[in-house]
Design a protein around this ligand. Structure first.
Ligand SMILES: NC(=O)c1ccc[n+]([C@@H]2O[C@H](COP(=O)([O-])OP(=O)(O)OC[C@H]3O[C@@H](n4cnc5c(N)ncnc54)[C@H](OP(=O)(O)O)[C@@H]3O)[C@@H](O)[C@H]2O)c1
Length: 381
């Protein structure tokens, strides 16, 4: 068996972090595949090739790296090198042939993997096959970061439901609408972060009141970024109160309504190019509960269409509904240094669940504070 380089923990971590950085370049373009990055390093520690999964249906990161390495370097150098991949390679044929076969064909004897693939078709099988073929496989380097990279894919591939990230901008007294003196509650740096989320996630979802009150465009605006991804805009609007001249309406918009919505409004909105999607009403034990969109039916439809992630942008009523469904997976809350008082809308109304964040991170973003964390729900007493 070929000798492989002695990777120190620090160098392995650095190469995996580089692979993560590369993987993020696929943000917005690879769904419903995961973002994946890969780096190939020779025995002397020189990076011979690096790449990432750039487009859904396109070549996987490790395939792009290995093809380059196999084309330019001798077999002996490849055998003694190390392949870093943020995610376990696939061993089945999908839109592309199995990467596992190419890894074995390349002769590389050392593979370092960040996360095990949660997809039932892979899920440890490729790791076992590599080991059975005599390849040294290390798993779990920078695992927390690698797992974070695929959090939406993990939820979707297991449940077929999109991952939901709620973004909130609020004042110190928990208000999400301002006095009117400020167009945005949060600062420019926070706004840039929100647009980075739009670039990454598949869908952006808002309630109809936000459309009526703010008339947002809901597109991605990132000066300096060449390839802009605009998420599908979804408006929750049972009775089609969305004004047909709203800026958010175009062929990349889905307006979710009830069957009972007025036909003439359906026609007016359809003329903008937006899709009208009729959602069944909520039901309780076979009985009609109330005339509101059945969110689980809508989420199932979006999941079935291959959308893996949703950026939930509010407002209060939507946040409350989703928390009461325990449907929000992660929160990004920007806290801005204002007090707006009782007349403004709160972040949430009455909640049936307390939400806690077992492992929050806090970051100062200019004069705003950003809290990020996965949500844990406990029935409120
Ligand atoms: N600071 C922030 O981060 C932020 C972000 C977004 C919005 N906002 C502010 O929030 C304000 C609007 O908040 P809001 O609470 O009045 O309204 P909202 O949450 O934007 O919209 C709520 C409306 O959406 C419709 N809807 C349909 N199905 C729903 C469902 N399953 N769950 C929830 N809503 C559903 C309902 O209208 P129908 O019954 O007619 O369908 C409901 O009244 C805006 O003025 C905006 O400025 C702030």
């Amino acid at each position: 068996m070929a000798r492989h380089p002695k990777t120190t923990e620090a160098s392995a971590l650095a190469h995996m972090q580089r692979a993560i950085q590369l993987a993020r370049r696929g943000a917005g373009w690879v769904q419903s595949n995961p973002m994946v990055g890969s780096v190939f390093v020779d025995a002397a520690g020189t990076v011979l090739a690096e790449s990432y999964h750039a487009k859904f249906g396109g070549a996987h990161a490790e395939r792009r790296v290995l093809e380059r390495v196999m084309q330019h370097y001798p077999k002996n150098q490849i055998r003694r090198g190390t392949l870093y991949i943020t995610l376990e390679p696939c061993g089945h044929s999908g839109k592309t042939p199995p990467c596992l076969d190419l890894i074995l064909q390349s002769g590389v004897q050392h593979v370092v993997i960040g996360s095990v693939d949660p997809n039932g078709l892979v899920n440890g099988k490729s790791i076992r096959r590599l080991r059975r073929a005599g390849v040294k496989v290390e798993v779990g380097v920078a695992q927390v970061e690698c797992d974070y990279l695929i959090r939406a894919f993990r939820k979707w591939v297991i449940t077929k439901q999109p991952f939901i990230l709620a973004k909130v901008g609020m004042s110190l007294d928990g208000k999400i609408t301002s006095s009117g003196a400020y167009h945005y509650i949060t600062n420019d740096l926070a706004l840039r972060r929100v647009h980075e989320l739009r670039q990454e996630l598949d869908v952006i979802m808002v309630g109809v009141n936000t459309i009526i009150n703010d008339n947002p465009r809901l597109n991605t605006r990132l000066p300096g970024v060449k390839h802009i991804h605009h998420p599908l805009k979804v408006i929750l609007d049972s009775r089609l109160r969305t004004p047909p001249h709203s800026k958010a309406l175009d062929s990349n918009t889905l307006v979710a309504c009830l069957e009972s919505a007025p036909r003439h409004r359906m026609q007016a909105i359809a003329r903008t190019g937006a899709e009208i999607f009729v959602v069944p009403p909520n039901r309780l034990r076979g009985k009609m509960l109330f005339e509101q969109l059945n969110m689980m039916a809508l989420l199932a439809e979006l999941g079935a269409r291959g959308y893996t992630s949703i950026l939930l942008e509010g407002g209060s009523y939507v946040f409350t509904t989703f928390i009461n469904l325990q449907a929000i997976d992660e929160f990004h809350v920007f806290l801005a240094p204002y007090l707006f008082g009782a007349s403004k809308l709160p972040f949430t109304y009455a909640l049936q669940y307390d939400v806690s964040f077992p492992h929050p991170t806090f970051e100062q973003v200019g004069n705003n504070m950003l809290m990020r964390g996965y949500a844990k729900y406990t029935k409120a007493r």
